[in-house]
Design a protein around this ligand. Sequence first.
Ligand code: GRG
Length: 295
Amino acid sequence: MEFKQWLNHKIELVEDGLRQNFQRKDNMQSVIYDACQYSLFAGGKRLRPVIMLASYEIFKDDCERIIPYACAMEMIHTYSLIHDDLPAMDNDDYRRGRLSNHKKFDEATAILAGDALLNKAFEVMLTASVSFDDKQLAIQAMQTIANSSGTEGMIGGQIVDMYCNDSIKTIDDLKYLQDHKTGAIIKSSAMAGGILAGASEKEIEALKEFAGKLGLAFQIQDDILDVEGDENVLGKPIGSDEENNKKTYVTMLGLETAKKTQEKLTYEAVKSLECFGDRASNLTNLAIKLLDRNH
Ligand code: GRG
């Protein structure tokens, strides 16, 4: 199957899974469903679930059985975006081309919508794990995902961003921040795909290596888009990194070097997949496609 067709099919599976796993209830708390669905179905690229499915497919063909885990990853990602936009954090009014959650609803509802999505992610994974044939693997995947979104992963990175911006002096410091804040759940998406497929430790390590590099390259593209992206396509204003004195690959290295670094990281990421041969071609194509993403 051609890559584009493969990608559209995977996105469709994720969209269906999200709709099935996050159904609105018409009860007294229905507003929380509205707030969660508002952000969950706002046109996200579904990158993390697709990475999980592509990683799984290196080893096995029946990726339908891991859709709940892929959907959970998107719920965790969406919760982080809702909370990141809050006035207490980045204070962004727009996300994915529409009002951010707290602007559409209110701050308290946005906090609860983020919390609800995080809870739902684990509920969905635990429910799937009850009937997953290899429970040990399901537990290991959930542990990896939980770890990557917590204090040693995404939340840790967010804290470093909030408290240590002035201490970021070198590219290694910046890498540490981004590897946690953006990279951790991209890595766990790839690793969980491998784990659920029963990959060996060495194979999971190769997926981790791939996704670590990809996560950094992805973040650099984010930094580049904040300088030369199209606001209408991005769905949010550009120039916020400079306005907020944020350390980024672009502010620290300059635009041209940042672009070269991004290409090098993508090339290295793809190289980490060589051990899988053609079975990793969709993951390789995904990494290359992300190099020139415009949103
Ligand atoms: C609030 C716990 C907490 C964490 C916030 C992930 C994060 C940490 C903040 C989001 C802002 C950020 C780091 C942006 C840089 C890269 C990134 C994660 C972009 C958004 O991801 P995409 O492009 O978004 O996959 P879509 O909308 O396509 O899902």
